[in-house]
Design a protein around this ligand. Sequence first.
Ligand code: SF4
Length: 444
Amino acid sequence: MALTGLQIQKLLPGTNCKECGSNTCLAFAMKLAAKKAAITECPYASDEAKHTLGLANEPPVRTIGLGPEKKLINGGETVLYRHDKTFVNRTILAVNIDDDAGGEEIEATLIKVRDYALERVGEFLTVEMIGLTQRSTDAQAFAALAQKAWQTAKRPLILCGQNTEAINEAARAVAGSGSIVCADSEEQLEALLPVIKECGHSLSLSAPDLDTLAALCAKLRDGGLSDLLLAFVTHTLAEQFQTNAVARRAAIKDNFKALGFPFLHFITGADPFQTTAAAVTDITKYGGICVLPSFDPAQLAALMTLRQNIFTDPQKPIQVEPKLYTIGEPKPDAPVFVTTNFSLTFFIVSGEIENSGISAWLLVPECEGMSVLTAWAAGKFSAANISKFMQEINLESRITSRRIIIPGYVASISGELEDNLPGWKILVGPEEAADLETYIKSYL
Ligand code: SF4
């Protein structure tokens, strides 16, 4: 829970020595409360003050880093609803591999996971982790498989199974990969904990109910182990939804630290509709890591798209850089299309022009990431802004064609644009990007 300036002042020495750059300890406390200063700027702050402030500044859901350099970030959430602010770190998607699946199948899945990349609105979306479930009895074989999975796919692993010896061997085999080791019971936890610490992995904890799980987490956290994930035992979609919501609400609304960790969920079953529904529930309702039962590119495409939408900051639409883009290999006499820098608009428009088979220029002025009509209504996609941007990038000297095609939705700016751009012919294109190909074939 964030502390007020007055609460922070009580933790400071109170000597008003000014060494922090503030005239008084109270002024410095106010800066700290507003997150405009760091406690380390006071050379006399006690360890207790640093500790208390450190805890107060932690997000209600702990941020954990995975992978060898801990760059795969999960958790760190501060709100229950995306529209309150934003969700911070997207649900990590993983694909499970059973160790008894057979060598060829395992090899093929590893390669598919490694090579999967979906490009959407300028982002490359990938499968970030691999779940490895131990079902056979050979501990050494499981360790060898973990090593192979890590070396082939270069993805941190999520190691789970009942054979503690096999899990420990596998955890040692991928030491330094920043993987996750799953403990299903307190007994298993005790046997796994030393290896987890020794190899720098994170721990996923499970317990029959939330109370037991919270007590276990509190004990581990007090013991100095904080890179935890919570794996809830649920049996239905409704139970999964409810448990995720109850635990996250306790962490964010009640600042209940014992449940303030990212969630990990292994989805089981073979029905694609059921498994997709479970993954959608995770993505939309606080799931930290969602392990899919198999590699299915159709399912992944749907989930990646959903995930990208849910985890986009609603106040900051995905944007492309304002500039003159080329489509194909346009010559100076190729036509110039213009659209806004909202990523979705840009990629749809550029894709449709590309589909038509012509080479063209695509002019994208700064519109703060808004779509065509929104930018026009906000005065960002106006004749004045378009012509100003053309001057800034010196378009006239680069292009000999004097044809610019504006979106049909902003036909009303064509007159003003013509006045601003003497010698240019302003053509009004279709309203919908889907009609661009027909328009191009008919008029250009
Ligand atoms: S340096 Fe510390 S003790 Fe001195 S004024 Fe700043 S907060 Fe107070």
